[in-house]
Design a binder for this molecule. Structure first.
Ligand SMILES: Cc1cc2nc3c(=O)[nH]c(=O)nc-3n(C[C@H](O)[C@H](O)[C@H](O)COP(=O)(O)OP(=O)(O)OC[C@H]3O[C@@H](n4cnc5c(N)ncnc54)[C@H](O)[C@@H]3O)c2cc1C
Length: 419
């Protein structure tokens, strides 16, 4: 175990998504020492998985890369990837936090050249692409990865793979003897920016997710449209690569439902309007069906909604989807009742996108500290204790709202660390 004392008043930020990056930078740029801890092998969180993001419809690199550069240039921030918080002891202003870092099996000599991956014969499911394709067992988490360092999934390496990967590395960066590391840090306050995961779509049995490759979630659809995705950005039906003549979006898949997520995830309607744009860019004649309970696009997003709803080949059906039926030709039939006309609809389409909501990670993962949380697992800030939540760990929100709450969290963390 190593003991890395923070200077007096240091701040720990847990989670390296857009929320945590913002909180860490805002805190460090006023001169505070910051520890930024991320459980994955790279920073960026869910935003890195998006193809484009609204409102500007730019690739995630336009928001993330500038933050990565600011972090690289700021000596006040110490970044630990593949690291989680194991325990928090002490009191406000003086917390001792135990961190645990999993082995990457690639040391800091790595130059990111990729020759190890080229030589590696072993493959694993590509988690970043939700298992829709394979990656090598030695991989860069994604094209924008920061730090730009490869990771090895040791248990997936065959004896030949071990030999090939070691032989391919010119920098002596492969270290398969790396062990789990534990360290303790001292901090005055903690920003929890642990974000969200897609709600588990298999829990809505009527929507048949997992029973046909023609049914995907909205986050999978982001990867299908992304240049670094499983089809290099060409939207085709997973399973048989059929081009799309028709597609249905099922809104509130699990959201606003007391049996699942009782709240509105805030961004799913906007995400669907955005994804309609992806479809339209590649398929000018495709028929698009959107099944919804209500369409919620507050504030300036109204204009975006209006422009998408003007699409003449798009049909909007107000009605909760009762069933999704699988057909033998790989297509799917969406069954719903139109709440405005009481008409029963059975719409056959090539593929279905489930607009699954955002569930806070601490609703589904272990919580390593005594945090105040609401019934859905969102963290309630307690600034007097120096425990502050930010981004989607606080509430389901878009990126702009997350960066605002993270800036506010940084201010509260700084105030708490001055007491
Ligand atoms: C389909 C879809 C499309 C979207 N499109 C847009 C869009 O176009 N525009 C827009 O503004 N918003 C969009 N969003 C919302 C956007 O993704 C969120 O606003 C954003 O991801 C929130 O960032 P965050 O940092 O709070 O959380 P996250 O992005 O989830 O980042 C949290 C980070 O914390 C890490 N973490 C979690 N637990 C721990 C732990 N215990 N220890 C250490 N690290 C941990 C995670 O690995 C992750 O890196 C979309 C959402 C969906 C579902």
């Amino acid at each position: 175990m190593t003991d890395e004392q923070g200077t007096t008043g240091a701040v720990l930020v847990v989670g390296g998504g857009i929320g945590g990056l913002t909180a860490a930078l805002e805190t460090a740029e006023v001169g505070k020492d910051v520890f930024l801890v991320e459980r994955e092998a790279s920073l960026g969180g869910r935003v890195a998985q998006l193809n484009e993001y609204f409102p500007k419809m730019c690739p995630p690199s336009c928001g993330l890369e500038i933050n990565f550069k600011r972090i690289q240039n700021n000596r006040k921030i110490r970044v630990y990837t593949m690291t989680t918080v194991k325990a928090v002891a002490g009191e406000p202003g003086n917390y001792q936090v135990t961190l645990e870092t999993s082995p990457r099996y690639v040391n800091s000599n790595c130059a990111g050249c990729g020759e190890c991956a080229e030589a590696c014969p072993d493959e694993i499911d590509n988690e970043f692409n939700f298992g829709m394709n394979k990656s090598k067992a030695v991989y860069l988490p994604h094209e924008m990865a920061f730090p730009r360092r490869y990771v090895i999934k040791k248990e997936a390496l065959s004896p030949e793979g071990i030999k090939a990967v070691k032989a391919a590395c010119k920098y002596n960066a492969v270290d398969l003897d790396m062990q789990v590391e534990t360290r303790t840090i001292n901090v005055a306050s903690i920003v929890w920016a642990t974000g969200w995961s897609p709600y588990d779509a298999t829990r809505m049995e009527n929507l048949k997710y997992g029973q046909s490759p023609s049914i995907v979630t909205n986050m999978m659809f982001e990867r299908l449209a992304a240049p670094g995705g499983p089809t290099a950005g060409k939207i085709v039906r997973p399973g048989d690569n059929k081009e799309i003549d028709s597609i249905a979006f099922v809104q509130c898949a699990g959201s606003r439902d007391e049996n699942h997520l009782e709240y509105c995830s805030h961004i799913c309607c906007m995400a669907t309007f955005k994804q309609m744009t992806y479809v339209r860019e590649q398929y000018p004649d495709a028929r698009i069906y959107v099944f919804y309970i209500d369409l919620r696009t507050p504030g300036k997003y109204e204009k975006f909604r209006e422009s998408r709803m003007a699409d003449e080949k798009a049909v909007f059906i107000k009605g909760k989807v009762a069933d999704v039926n699988l057909e033998v030709d790989g297509s799917v039939t969406v069954v719903a009742e139109n709440a405005l006309t009481a008409e029963k609809i059975s719409q056959n389409v090539d593929m279905v996108v489930l607009a699954t909501g955002m569930q806070p990670n601490f609703a589904i993962n272990d919580v390593p500290a005594a945090l105040q949380m609401d019934a859905n697992g969102f963290i309630i800030s307690e600034p007097e204790k120096g425990m502050i939540s930010a981004g989607c760990a606080k509430k389901a929100a878009d990126v702009v709202t997350c960066t605002q709450s993270s800036t506010a969290a940084a201010l509260k963390a700084i105030q708490a660390s001055r007491r």
